[in-house]
Write a protein that binds this ligand. Structure first.
Ligand SMILES: Nc1ncnc2c1ncn2[C@@H]1O[C@H](COP(=O)(O)OP(=O)(O)O)[C@@H](O)[C@H]1O
Ligand SMILES: CC(=O)OP(=O)(O)O
Length: 176
C-alpha cells in the first residue's frame, strides 16, 4: 500500500499465485505445469485439484496444511514446510518493498498473521535488513504494535475483516 492505495499484491489472475498457502502451491514455474500435463499425463481437472487442494503446506509436508499442526510437529517434513513458508514470505516482503520504494509499516493479519507469534518473529528476523525490529514480548502477547521503539518499520498485528473490505468495494462500485 502507498498513500492508502494498493500498489502490488502477491496474488495474480487467480488465488494460486504468490505465497505458498495451506493447500495451494503459490508461484510455480510454468514448466512444471507443462511437465505434469505432457509427461505425467494429468488431466486439466487433476492438475487443478493438485494445485488448489493438495499442494502448499500440505503438499510439502505430506502432513497437514494447518500451520498450527505443523508447528506442533517434530517431523522434518513439517519443519521443511514451515521453513519454506517463512522463506517465501521474506522474499515477497523484499519484492513488495522494492515495488513501493521502501517500507514504513509491516502488517500481519488473518489466520497465521494474527495467531502465530513464532512465525511473525521468524519473518521479522528475515526482513531485519529492511529495518524491521520486533519487540519479542509485545509480539508474544499479540499486541497491535509489536515493533521496538527504535524500529525503522512499525510492525502491526491487525484483525482481518475481509468481508467488510469486499462490501465496501462493492458499494463503491455500485455508486460509481
Ligand atoms: N494459534 C495459531 N498458531 C498457528 N497457526 C494458527 C493459529 N491459529 C490459526 N492458525 C493458522 O491460520 C490458518 C488459517 O487461517 P484462515 O483464517 O483460515 O485463513 P486466511 O488466513 O487465509 O484468512 C491455518 O493454517 C491455521 O493453522
Ligand atoms: C483468497 C484467500 O486468501 O483465500 P484463503 O483465505 O482461502 O487463503
Amino acid at each position: 500500500m502507498k498513500a492508502g492505495a494498493s500498489q502490488a499484491t502477491t496474488m495474480g489472475f487467480s488465488t494460486l499465485d504468490g505465497l505458498v498457502m495451506s493447500t495451494r502451491c503459490g508461484a510455480i514455474d510454468p514448466g512444471v505445469l507443462l511437465h505434469l500435463l505432457q509427461e505425467r499425463k494429468l488431466s486439466p481437472n487433476e492438475l487443478a485439484d493438485l494445485l488448489y487442494e493438495r499442494s502448499g503446506l500440505l503438499g510439502v509436508s505430506g502432513i497437514s496444511g494447518n500451520m498450527q499442526t505443523l508447528l506442533a510437529s517434530k517431523d522434518a517434513a513439517a519443519t521443511r514446510a514451515v521453513d519454506l513458508f517463512v522463506y517465501r514470505v521474506g522474499r515477497e516482503i523484499g519484492s513488495l518493498a522494492a515495488a513501493i520504494g521502501g517500507l514504513d509499516t509491516l502488517v500481519f493479519t488473518a489466520g497465521i498473521g494474527e495467531h502465530a507469534p513464532v512465525i511473525r518473529q521468524r519473518i521479522c528476523e528475515t526482513v531485519g535488513w529492511l529495518g524491521v525490529a520486533l519487540d519479542k514480548e509485545l509480539n508474544a502477547n499479540n499486541k497491535e504494535l509489536a515493533s521496538t521503539g527504535d524500529s525503522r518499520v512499525d510492525v502491526l498485528v491487525i484483525a482481518v475483516d475481509a468481508e467488510r473490505a469486499v462490501a465496501a468495494e462493492l458499494l463503491n462500485f455500485e455508486a460509481g
